[in-house]
Structures are given as C-alpha cells and as structure tokens.
Design a protein around this ligand. Structure first.
Ligand code: ATP
Ligand code: MG
Length: 314
C-alpha cells in the first residue's frame, strides 16, 4: 500500500477505526471487541467515497453518488464472476455486524487481504500506456505484438500487462511478467495472470453484449488471511468500474484515433480545455469543478451503472 492520501477527513464510524485512505476509498478496521470481528474474523470495511481523480490528482470537488456507483457495480460484477474468480466480499448488508448505516450502499465488509503489490492489467485493445510502449518497442510489458496497430486497435488476444503500484500522484509503471515473478514468485505470478485474463474474458463478453467495449482494466488481488478462502488468492478492491476500466461505446469504435470513453471523458476534456484555466504541465492541483461539470460527470457514472447492469442504481 502506498503512503495514502493526505488532507481528507474520513467520517467517524462507530465500531470501526480508520486505517488508510487511497485516492478514492477509505479503509477501516474493526474496533477492539467489536461484534463484526466476533462474527466475521479478520475483516476490513472498504468505503468508496465520492472523490474523483483525474491525471493522477484527486480533484477538490466530489461527485455525488459516485461512491455508490462504484460499490454497487463491484457487487454486481462479483456476482457475474461467481465460480470463476474468488473475491473479498463478506457482506454489503447494513447492520451491527455489517456495513454501518452512515455509509450504506457505498461500503462493503471485506476479508482483509495481504495485497500483492501489482496492478493486474488486462488489455484487449491497445491504448494509453500500452500504446506508448508499443510505439517505441513494438511490445507491451515484454509481449511482442503484430505491426501496424493503431490507437484503439483490438489485439489478437487479450494480454496481461502488469504494472507496479505507484504512490499517490505518481504514475504506475508497466513491467514484464518476469518482473512480477521476481517480486511475488513464479507460481503466484502465474495465478495472477490467469485469474486476470479469465475475469477480463468473462467481463469483456458481457459488456460486448451490451454494446460496450471493455478496452482494458486493472484488477488487484490479495491473499485471504482468514475465513473460508484462507490462503487463497482472491480479488480485492473494486472491479470493472469506470475508475478501473476503459469503457468505449461499441457503435462509435474506430481505431486510429482516441476513443471517447463514456464516463470520465467529459471531465478530462473540461479539465484540459481553456474553460478550466488549469495548466496541466505546471503540475499544480486542478481547480474546483463547476456545478454543471459535476452534474454531467455524475450522470455519466449513473449511465455506466445503468448500461452495464440493465437497472437503475438502487
Ligand atoms: P493504491 O495505490 O494504494 O491502490 P489508490 O489511491 O488506488 O491507491 P484506493 O482504491 O482509493 O487506493 O484505496 C483502496 C486501497 O485498499 C488500495 O490500496 C487497495 O490495495 C486496498 N484494498 C482493497 N481491498 C482490500 C482488502 N480486502 N484488504 C486489504 N486492502 C485492500
Ligand atoms: Mg485503487
């Protein structure tokens, strides 16, 4: 885990002790003698805030309902992966041994995992840092690719392109499979790769049926320290959300240009437009978001939930 986000004051939750804040999530451990620990053992409360990050900055303005979208989408995806890949969810129900009422809908009681220090990225399409690497070497993370690929090209098959976890404000760095094997051991590295590609394949098929291309995604795995999956490698964090994935509308997909993503694109475009007054190159924090940008962005997250799950956010 990186040093964590500074300058946020996570809410106080009775029975829980705040332990870490990332760019988006706040983590809590059960307080001494809590009913949660007696019932579930070694767990952690994972609370998705309404914070939003872009260009490696946490923005000074929050997006209402974003935390609920991330959590509800993750819960939905865990169901879709049932029988294929294990995960850290213990319960998302509210109650004395579950999620506190104050964070209902945006938190999950999870098995505490010993997280692998690897961002497990699967790519079915070439863009972003993968494209940058391909243009200089013809490879991504040591995997040679055919010539003539463009921004947005579909890859012959999905590839595992791991990255090291960077501290907040810094970029993750793509690494080879061998580098992961050197860090976590060859056996676990192979499990991480196989689980990542299996989860991606199922999710990609599912989004495709809904007119959405899942271009790439980042998963995080850890080893369960307790509970029924003790010793096993399971999914942690969030999965297949707009924050961890690139979703493109399938009907406008056209390799050879940047694909519009239907979630964060609006925000990114505004931030880099003259309207924001933000100088990205100066590496100063971005300005607060005006109300219409907040509302538009919120609507994109809700739409992502709707289109993927086929239902309204509960
Ligand atoms: P990081 O680089 O640490 O992922 P981040 O800013 O992306 O930073 P968030 O997603 O906001 O972090 O916070 C979630 C943090 O909680 C991550 O560090 C993630 O690895 C960790 N985490 C997620 N699920 C679990 C779990 N079940 N047990 C322990 N840690 C977890
Ligand atoms: Mg994260």
């Amino acid at each position: 885990m990186s040093a964590g986000l500074t300058g946020v004051t996570p809410i106080e939750l009775p029975g829980w002790v705040h332990t870490y804040s990332g760019k988006v999530r706040d983590l809590y451990l059960p307080a001494d003698g809590s009913a949660v620990a007696a019932e579930h053992g070694d767990v952690v409360l994972v609370v998705a805030s309404d914070r939003i990050s872009a260009y490696d900055f946490v923005l000074p303005t929050t997006i209402p309902d974003k935390g609920r979208v991330l959590t509800q989408l993750t819960l939905w995806w865990f169901e879709q992966l049932e029988g294929l890949v294990g995960h850290h969810l213990v319960t998302a129900e509210t109650g004395p041994t579950g999620v506190p009422e104050a964070v209902a809908g945006r938190a999950m009681v999870c098995r505490r995992l010993d997280m692998f220090p690897v961002e497990c990225v699967a790519r079915g399409y070439l863009t972003g840092s993968g494209l940058v690497e391909y243009r200089t070497s013809g490879e991504v993370c040591g995997i040679p690719l055919p010539g003539g690929l463009e921004d947005g090209s579909r890859l012959p098959e999905a590839i595992f392109t791991p990255a090291t976890k960077a501290a907040i404000g810094e970029h993750d760095e793509n690494v080879s499979f061998e580098a992961v094997a050197a860090t976590v051991g060859a056996e676990d590295a192979a499990v991480l790769r196989d689980l990542t590609l299996a989860a991606y394949a199922r999710a990609e098929e599912l989004t495709r049926a809904r007119g959405i291309i899942l271009a790439d995604t980042k998963l995080e795995f850890g080893r369960a320290l307790d509970g029924p999956n003790r010793g096993q490698i399971v999914l942690g964090d969030e999965i297949f959300t707009p924050d961890s994935s690139r979703f493109w509308p399938a009907d406008t997909w056209q390799p050879g240009r940047a694909q519009p993503s239907f979630d964060k694109q609006y925000l990114r475009d505004w931030l880099t437009s003259p309207a924001s007054g933000w100088d990205r190159k100066a590496e100063l924090p971005p300005p607060p978001l005006p109300a219409d940008v907040v509302e538009h962005t919120r609507e994109r997250y809700l739409e992502a939930y709707r289109r993927l799950t086929g239902r309204e956010l509960p």
